[in-house]
Write a protein that binds this ligand. Structure first.
Ligand code: UD1
Length: 418
C-alpha cells in the first residue's frame, strides 16, 4: 500500500505550471469517438481516470496512444457499443461515454455506475433526456440497455438542476442527431465550454455554452481535430490553498483566472494577497489567515463543490469562525473526521459545517476516502506540526499529476512510500 508521508510546517514557495483539467479531458476523450479520423489532445493530464477513459476508447475499437500529456485518438465506426462492467466501475465518469456511444452507434449497453464516495449519484436526468431524444431504455441486471430504433432526434430538454454530466451527455448524444436540441437550465461550468469548443472544431454546431441554454444543431459527420485541454481550476485551487495555509508564496502559471474567480475571492477574503497577469496568478500569504463567514457551494459561477474540502483545510487555523454550506452533494463532508484527528475544530449539522479556527494542527495517520477530501488532508498535513501519513492514494491520484513532486518542488517535506 502506498502512503504519503508529510513532515508539516514548511512555508511553500516557488512556481508551478498548472496541469490540464481532468473534468474537461474526460468528456472530450469521450467526444473523440464521435469523430471520423484523428484527434490530438494536448495538455491532457497524466491521471488514472484518463488511463481508464483511454481503456474504454480502445475497448470500443478506437486506437489511442497517450504519452507526454498528448493523447492521440483515431476513431471511425465503433467495433462495439458495450462497455464492460469492469471498465465502467473504474471511474464514475464513465457514464459520460453513454451519450457519445449513442450519438455514434444509436445503441449502447453500459452498467450502472452505482453509488460513489460522495453519496448516491443518480443519472435520472441523463436517461430522461435520452428518452426524449428517441432512445428506448431498459434496465436489466444492473445494465442500462439503450437503443434508438429510428435514430436519435433533437428535443427540447429542461434540466431540473444544472447537472454537469447530464449537460455533457446530452451534448454528446445530440451533435450527430437529426434536428435541433435545446438544453434549458444547462450547466455553465468552464469545462462544458471546453467540450463545446472541441466539438465545434470537429464540425459540430453548438451555441450558448457558458449560458443557461445550449442549442445544438445536429450535423451528419464530425472530423478529428487538435485541441488544448483547459487548465485544471481545482488543481489550481489546491496548490494556491496549500501555499496560503502555510504562509507561503506561489506563482501559478498556465492558469485560468476567470474560471477561478469565486475561489480567488475567498482566498482574498481570507487575507491572501493575489495579483494576476495574463494566465499567471501570484499569491502571497503572510500572517494568520482570517476566517471566511460564508462559503456556499453552488453551480458555476458559484463556489465549486470540488473546492469545498480544499478551502476548509486551508481555513482550519484561520482566526475566527468559517461557515460552510454544501449544496451540491449529500455526502461531501467525509474528510472532516480526518481533519478532526489532526486537531481541527469542526461541527457539522446537515449540510452546514462550522469551522472554528485553531492555533495548531498536529500530524496524524489518515485515509483519503475521496479525491478532493484526500487533497484536503494533504493541505492540512502540510500546515500541521509533525508527521502525517496519508493512505487511500488511489483517490488522490485520480485528480493530481505527481502531487508529491509538485509540493516537494515548492519546498514541502513530502514523500511517497510503498
Ligand atoms: C461533475 C464533476 C464533479 C463535480 C460535479 C459538480 C466531472 C467528471 N465531474 O460531476 O467533479 O463535483 O460535476 O460540479 O466533471 N444529479 C441528479 N440526477 C442526475 C444527475 C445529477 O440528481 O441525473 C444530482 C447529483 O446527485 C448531484 C447534482 O445533481 O447532487 C450535481 O451533479 P452533476 O453536476 O451531475 O455532477 P457530475 O457531472 O456527476
Amino acid at each position: 500500500m502506498q502512503k504519503l508521508i508529510i513532515n508539516g510546517g514548511q512555508r511553500l514557495r516557488g512556481e508551478i505550471e498548472l496541469q490540464g483539467a481532468k473534468n474537461s479531458a474526460l468528456p472530450i476523450l469521450s467526444a473523440s469517438l464521435l469523430c471520423d479520423g484523428e484527434s490530438i489532445l494536448y495538455n491532457c493530464p497524466c491521471l488514472s481516470d484518463i488511463y481508464s477513459a483511454i481503456r474504454i476508447l480502445n475497448s470500443l475499437g478506437c486506437r489511442c496512444s497517450f504519452s507526454d500529456n498528448k493523447a492521440v485518438i483515431k476513431s471511425g465506426n465503433l467495433e462495439k457499443f458495450e462497455i464492460s462492467e469492469e471498465l465502467m466501475c473504474e471511474m464514475r465518469s464513465s457514464i459520460i461515454f453513454l451519450g457519445a456511444i449513442l450519438g455514434k452507434s444509436k445503441e449502447s449497453i453500459v452498467s450502472y455506475p452505482g453509488g460513489c464516495e460522495l453519496g448516491s449519484r443518480p443519472i435520472d436526468m441523463h436517461l430522461d433526456a435520452f428518452r426524449k431524444m428517441g432512445v428506448d431504455i431498459k434496465e436489466e441486471y444492473g445494465k442500462i440497455i439503450c437503443k434508438a430504433r429510428d435514430g436519435i432526434h433533437g428535443a427540447k430538454i429542461t434540466l431540473d438542476f444544472p447537472s454537469v454530466g447530464a449537460t455533457e451527455n446530452i451534448m454528446l448524444a445530440s451533435v450527430l442527431a437529426k434536428g435541433e436540441t435545446v438544453i434549458n437550465n444547462s450547466a455553465r461550468e468552464p469545462e462544458i465550454c471546453d467540450l463545446a469548443e472541441y466539438l465545434r472544431k470537429c464540425g459540430a454546431k453548438i451555441k450558448g455554452d457558458g449560458e443557461s441554454r445550449i442549442i445544438i444543431k445536429g450535423v451528419k459527420k464530425l472530423y478529428g481535430c487538435e485541441h488544448d485541454i483547459m487548465p485544471d481550476r481545482i488543481a489550481g485551487a489546491t496548490y494556491l490553498s496549500a501555499a496560503a495555509s502555510t504562509g507561503g508564496e506561489i506563482i501559478l502559471k498556465k492558469s485560468c483566472i476567470n474560471a477561478m474567480e469565486s475561489f480567488l475571492s475567498v482566498l482574498e477574503d481570507a487575507g491572501c494577497s493575489i495579483s494576476v497577469a495574463g494566465d499567471v496568478i501570484y499569491l502571497r500569504s503572510g500572517a494568520r489567515l482570517k476566517a471566511v463567514k460564508s462559503i456556499r457551494t453552488m453551480p458555476y459561477p458559484g463556489f465549486p463543490t470540488d473546492a469545498q474540502a480544499i478551502i476548509m483545510a486551508t481555513l482550519l487555523k484561520a482566526n475566527g469562525t468559517s461557515i460552510f454550506e454544501e449544496n451540491i452533494f449529500d455526502c461531501r463532508y467525509k474528510h472532516i473526521d480526518a481533519l478532526l484527528k489532526m486537531g481541527a475544530d469542526i461541527k457539522v449539522r446537515g449540510k452546514t459545517a462550522v469551522v472554528q479556527g485553531v492555533k495548531r494542527l498536529y500530524g496524524a495517520s489518515v485515509e483519503a476516502t475521496d479525491l478532493r477530501g484526500g487533497a484536503a488532508m494533504v493541505i492540512a498535513g502540510l500546515s500541521a506540526e509533525g508527521k502525517s501519513t496519508i493512505t487511500g492514494l488511489r483517490h488522490i491520484d485520480r485528480g493530481y499529476e505527481n502531487i508529491e513532486n509538485v509540493f516537494r518542488n515548492l519546498g514541502a517535506d513530502i514523500k511517497r512510500t510503498e
